[in-house]
Design a protein around this ligand. Structure first.
Ligand code: DC
Length: 221
């Protein structure tokens, strides 16, 4: 099996690029952030405070998360309910970043993530895929872009969906999430020593997709 690990900060374009590369190369795309988002949503729905680690831990056995694929699109089921849209809300983003710092939550999701790579050729995106989840991945890419570029892209995405977008608030949240994700004790966001770093700040979407596919092809022949 071939595994491609794509890590990087929030809003670097990991999911868009990983999805496009997976479609082109015939790999299964796995968005691991969705798993952390589902745990965060479970906490919100059950009124469990994310600051209360013991309460979050106690909730884990009640959480059943499954990834299913409809027409090649990943959907996430939380205790049998499709929460694919609900987990994208901004309040869930910040909650996911906080819940992902809890070591028991990371341990809870680790085997689930590894099980996907045992079954299929995968492109998996996240924060610790190349360092912790799939340290033997054949290809590791660390995707990044400046916080301002990432915030600008997020604003455009929201506007396309007809939603309100406040650039300053989005930029603030991105910087805050970068800090949380990079400074937690367990499996922080960082490039694996053998990762190839790709900065997309000055690249168009098409150029970024071409670069990613090029890197994967060069490293899997
Ligand atoms: O990629 P995302 O923004 O959907 O991820 C949501 C949060 O989950 C992110 O702030 C950090 C966490 N996460 C993580 O800690 N490890 C991963 N492999 C993926 C996401």
């Amino acid at each position: 099996m071939i595994s491609v690990a794509i890590d990087g900060p929030a809003g670097a374009g990991k999911s868009t690029l990983a999805k496009a590369a997976a479609a082109e190369l015939g790999y299964i795309y796995i968005d691991t952030g969705a798993l952390y988002r589902a745990v965060a949503l479970a906490c919100i729905k059950n009124e469990v405070s994310i600051g209360d680690e013991d309460a979050v831990k106690a909730l884990l056995p009640e959480i059943d998360i499954r990834l299913v694929f409809f027409n090649g699109e990943q959907h996430i089921l939380l205790n049998d309910a499709d929460v694919s849209d609900e987990i994208r809300k901004e309040n869930v983003s910040m909650a996911a970043s906080r819940v992902s710092a809890i070591p028991d939550v990371r341990a809870f999701l680790l085997e689930l993530q590894r099980s996907f790579a045992k079954r299929d050729n995968v492109i998996m995106d996240g924060r610790d895929i190349g360092t912790v989840v799939l340290p033997s991945a054949q290809v590791k890419i660390f995707l990044t872009a400046s916080p301002e570029k990432r915030a600008r892209r997020r604003v455009l995405q929201l506007q396309e969906k007809g939603e309100q977008a406040d650039f300053d608030k989005i930029l603030f949240d991105i910087v805050q999430r970068d800090y949380n994700d990079s400074n937690r004790k367990t499996a922080p966001l960082k490039a694996a020593d053998d990762a190839i770093t790709l900065d997309t700040s000055e690249l168009t979407l098409e150029e970024s997709v071409d670069r990613i596919i090029g890197i994967i092809k060069e490293n899997t022949i």
